[in-house]
Design a protein around this ligand. Sequence first.
Ligand code: SAH
Ligand code: SF4
Ligand code: F3S
Length: 445
Amino acid sequence: MSYFSGKKYNIVTFGCQMNVHESEKIAGILQDLGLTHIEKPEMADVVVFNTCCIREGAEDRAFSNISALKKCKAQNKDMIIAVCGCMPQQKQGKYDFKKKLPFVDIVIGTHNVNMLGVYLKQVVDTKKRVFEVVETPISLEEGKTTIRDDQINAYVNIIYGCNKFCTYCIVPHVRGRERSRPYKDIEAEVKDLIGKGYRYITLLGQNVNSYGKDLNEGIDFATLLTKLSQIEGEFKLKFMTSHPIDFNKDVIKVMKNQPKVAKCLHLPVQSGNDEVLFKMNRHYNIKHYNKLIKATKRAVKNVALSTDIIVGFPGETEKAFEDTLKLIKKVRYDQIFAFMYSKRTGTPAVLLPNQIDEDVKNKRINKLLREQKFISKQMLNACVGKTYNCLVVVKNGVTMGLTDGGREIYLPNDSNNQVNHFVDIKIEDIRNHKLSGVIIDGRRN
Ligand code: SAH
Ligand code: SF4
Ligand code: F3S
């Protein structure tokens, strides 16, 4: 019996889907050691903080959460606390965990997280703290245990890292260069998940459209989607995130022609102003972005669009911000994710002149979100009369259809025989912001 048998773990996750999925792999490592999950971190024997440093707010949240465990550790000396993910991987991070948090036992980065089990045993054996942040990724291991949180959607990594170096962004600095997973490994994992009954497979990467460029397999992202769509079974593929410079006609064509590719697209624009985009090192202009959106809307009926926007990037004038407002009015996204620019030490944008005051950023983000709220409401109303291919689920005892974009459509009670299947649903009504509809075409296979 190992030291950890019967002991309890909890994982606290911050950040993007990539981190959420990494935490599922960390759960696998911990369960392989004999630990079982417990709801509250304060009650656990091993607590892992999987951190994010995309903005200062994310770092502050993580740091105060970790600090709050000091009292628990004082009461339970055997408690092991580990910090991993993007925060420790930074060269000039805001927080020095080693010095500031003496009760933390393990601090590791993004590249050696799969060594966590080894480090945990080391702490038990030597009673010494472990600090290991490495510069190059420790080779990706296949076939490891993954404890997935969601029963419907499963995340699958297709590419790690980022080569884009947008001037505001810390990700390339903490996740390293792009590394695609070999096609055969991705296919094997997707087949396994479909066999296990997952209905949505979300392909993950900081920039999924770069898939394959670093491999010699002759499989680009559009080809990958096409090949995975050929797998037998009832499922749909989603993907995130796409970069407007690499997202292209080929991918739009696959979205149009493959029923197994979900009809939703997250295409971060960041700003509606060309000058700002140039300073961000985004490599496209709004004309190009609009062309992609137009082509997607034309090809993919009722496509659900979403985006990321940064307000208050250095040098963003009132006019530049108005251009972003104009853009969201034109595109009409279902959903936007808006952020105030946050200085990241080590990225070029920190050194740019004309940094924007916090109160100006605040005003701009509020204006943007108000406008989007109005658009989102209109988009919701516009769903009535349209038909969507949906997955039928039961949520809190209520039967509903889920569109690819995540909208919930209430269904009559007699729809229960279609639960867990994809069906066509016509939206008939909206009341109190809730859509209701009927199944017009049941399960086809
Ligand atoms: N790889 C993805 C997502 C990166 S992080 C992409 O390229 O779109 C998610 C979002 O965080 C980004 O799209 C951007 O809008 C936002 N973001 C990144 N760095 C930021 C910063 N320094 N300040 C504010 N928002 C930032
Ligand atoms: Fe960051 Fe840009 Fe890479 Fe996205 S594409 S992760 S925003 S550097
Ligand atoms: Fe955050 Fe790292 Fe993701 S910085 S957004 S957790 S890649």
